[in-house]
Design a protein around this ligand. Structure first.
Ligand SMILES: Nc1ncnc2c1ncn2[C@@H]1O[C@H](COP(=O)(O)OP(=O)(O)OP(=O)(O)O)[C@@H](O)[C@H]1O
Length: 315
């Protein structure tokens, strides 16, 4: 059974805004990155998955349930960390998380225990009786994560958990999310407008742009069999392109270099032989793996500069 399945899911707000447009996808359990620029429709999608918003068209299943009709059961099995700060500054983290655990139906003692446990998982056990108002931004984000975990959900929906954090805080939060996903076996949807940031902790990615699906696939599907070779000769680029075409190897001109998909290991040797036969001065022959961000080719989805996984120049 898919963890989340949507069929032509569409959400229109008043004023002619289409926040989601015919989204059709299916994702398996694991850690899933939901990525897209601000305004792409991520929060809308999350709220529809929780049953807090009704779709305008299309349908969906979350954990096999329909949030439009089974919203109570969905919320019992799903934990939600909202994007914006919504914490009461006068309460302690222990009181707040216990209160929310009680609201999700746990008896008083169980709620207290679960709250302590959740606060320990997010690294706030020692500080749990301090007022939230005195917490740092990172600690507040952790309280929001703890309340999402407290009722022992099967799925966590985290809306921009790294918001407002400095780079070290962002890394720590993502490591925590990864640990929760892998150690507790909970599926997690983690929203971010920074693809490069979440891709390292995710099993699969859903990328949306302007409410439309750009791509939904596992990270390994996006990166494996997508290796490319970059060939650079100091002269004779056209000759080499023609020779490779004769051999059935497609090469794309990229400035002074040629980019060739590495469809089999033979391609590497065939290029070396072609260069030698044509007696061209080889400047560079590198293998690199596409970073996920390059595959989306959307300026809306940002990532740090691609990193070369070089196989080394051949001469
Ligand atoms: N209640 C609403 N009424 C009208 N338009 C809305 C409403 N909520 C969101 N929108 C619009 O829908 C689009 C998608 O918004 P949404 O908040 O889902 O995007 P997002 O990807 O989560 O972005 P952000 O990270 O900035 O919240 C935006 O154009 C937004 O302005």
């Amino acid at each position: 059974m898919a963890l989340i399945e949507t069929r032509a899911l569409t959400k229109r707000y008043g004023g002619g805004v289409t926040a989601l447009s015919e989204l059709t996808l299916a994702v398996e359990p694991g850690i899933i990155g939901l990525v897209g620029a601000n305004g792409a429709g991520k929060s809308t999608f999350i709220k529809i998955m929780l049953g807090l918003l009704q779709p305008s068209d299309g349908g969906l299943r979350v954990l096999g349930l329909d949030p439009t009709t089974d919203s109570e059961e969905v919320r019992a099995r799903v934990g939600y960390m909202p994007e914006h700060d919504c914490l009461p500054s006068e309460m302690s983290a222990a009181e707040f998380v216990t209160h929310l655990a009680r609201m999700s139906g746990l008896p008083a003692n169980a709620a207290r225990e679960r709250a302590s446990e959740a606060l320990r998982h997010v690294g706030l056990y020692e500080e749990r009786y301090r007022q939230i108002g005195g917490y740092s931004t990172g600690m507040k984000q952790r309280v929001k994560l703890a309340q999402a975990l407290a009722h022992d959900p099967d799925l966590l929906l985290l809306d921009e958990p790294t918001n407002g954090l400095d780079p070290a805080g962002r890394d720590a939060m993502l490591d925590l999310v990864h640990r929760i996903g892998t150690e507790f076996g909970i599926s997690i949807v983690v929203c971010s407008h920074l693809l490069g940031e979440v891709e390292r902790i995710c099993d699969s990615l859903i990328a949306i742009d302007g409410g439309r699906l750009l791509r939904s696939a596992t990270v390994s599907d996006m990166t494996t069999s997508r290796d490319v070779l970059t060939v650079e000769v100091s002269e004779g680029v056209d000759q080499l392109t023609a020779r490779l075409a004769e051999l059935g190897i497609p090469a794309t001109r990229d400035g002074a270099a040629l980019t060739v998909p590495l469809e089999s290991e033979d391609v590497y040797d065939q290029i070396l032989i072609a260069v030698a036969e044509l007696d061209l001065p080889l400047h560079r022959l590198d293998q690199r793996r596409h970073r996920v961000a390059e595959l989306f080719q959307s300026p809306a989805v940002t990532s740090p500069a691609p990193q070369e996984v070089g196989r080394g120049a051949a001469n």
